[in-house]
Design a binder for this molecule. Sequence first.
Ligand code: GDP
Ligand code: IMO
Ligand code: MG
Length: 426
Amino acid sequence: MQIDVLLGLQWGDEGKGKIVDYLAPQYDMVARFQGGPNAGHTLKFGGKKYVLHTIPSGIFREDLQNLIGNGVVLDPITLSRELDALDAVRVNYRERLFVAKKAHLILPTHRFLDLASENAKGKEKIGSTLRGIGPTYMDKTGRNGLRVGDLDQPGFQKKYEALKEKHLSLGSIYPEVDFDLEKEEEKWFACLDRLRGLQLVDGEYFLHRALLQGKRILAEGAQGSMLDIDFGTYPYVTSSNTITAGVCTGLGVSPDKIGEVIGITKAYCTRVGSGPFPTELLDETGELLRREGAEFGATTGRPRRCGWIDLPQLKYAIMINGVTQLAVTKLDVLNIFSEIKAGVAYRIGKSETSDLPFDLCSTDLDPVFRSFEGWQQDTSACRRFNQLPEQAREFLAFLEKELGVPVSMVSIGPERDQLLVRSDLV
Ligand code: GDP
Ligand code: IMO
Ligand code: MG
């Protein structure tokens, strides 16, 4: 009777979609517990690429149920586009996709407010995906939001109009932005029937009963721990709890139901958007990581900032999440490097620490790096852990030892089967 959790340990884009898609056949249900269409989870199989924003990454596996949990914020327009993409490849989601009635709706004016407030911040901007995430969660905690279950409640239209008017008057404090509200509203309303046509459920009962029936459930996170609203690099974060604790509030399950917590990290580190990134490389090595790793955002197409793996940051994320096993992705991206580095501590003034300071944004620190010999060979033929080059195994062993958590999976390419699984662990 437990829910396993899979989440990102860095600043997002760790490869969650790929690993969920790989693990999905071991489960009966995949449930997204937070975030919204700011996420872009890429799956690759059969030479084709699919990007999911709201729909859980188990949707391509037959017989598997997928739940969009109450902690998610949902834009009917994006959802409808995702459904079109599934229809185009004949994925039958009708009987397998469920939406929690308590999930909050992203209104067109939430996107308008996101754009207007980011625009007004100028240089200080968060680098939001402009999908309306922040304003929607603000309305949720401000107790003004509209939920999926409200769609068919009397007075929905009135509530919508009132919230829209509120947003418009709020928006008037910002400089004007280019946003065609009429057109966006038209699209939004046209997509509502699509949402109504899905199976809308009381997610908490739905999950609880599934657990009682002995179903195996995997909770899928979006973003990463360093974008968590409480523990991330505030204010350069997203607006939800991206960490394990978010599973309880985002799905309605009690903490004792949490089973394995699979934390995902790239073999290096990336970040998209603004904010501190201690091990960032602003030189040609960073450029090389971006090129080799094809580091461009799955949602916005923006180039991702790149740097070496950061162990103090990962230790922090492991502590906050209660990670029980690690999945290391994109190891193949390091194949060409003669030297690989890992940030092992931060130097602040004259002292060294491996704790994250209260405010990474305002603390002047230099990462302390440890250097490793690269393996400089192709890893695509490897099918087992022990077939990896010796230097790669040494690097992974170092990570395990430093982080104190076993590495159960290593990803060596974007395709579904380019994954090495430690059979003694999983
Ligand atoms: P997510 O948001 O955590 O699901 O990650 P994204 O899909 O945004 O970004 C991960 C990117 O890396 C995608 O383009 C994946 O196809 C790709 N990817 C995942 N695992 C690997 C890997 O092991 N090697 C390589 N080269 N690419 C990978
Ligand atoms: P996945 O699930 C990487 C970043 C944005 C911005 C900050 C706030 O694909 O890993 P928001 O739109 O939430 O207000 O943006 O968070 N961000 C992500 N970065 N991966 C994501 O999702 C992200 N979702 C949001 O770039 O810096
Ligand atoms: Mg992504």
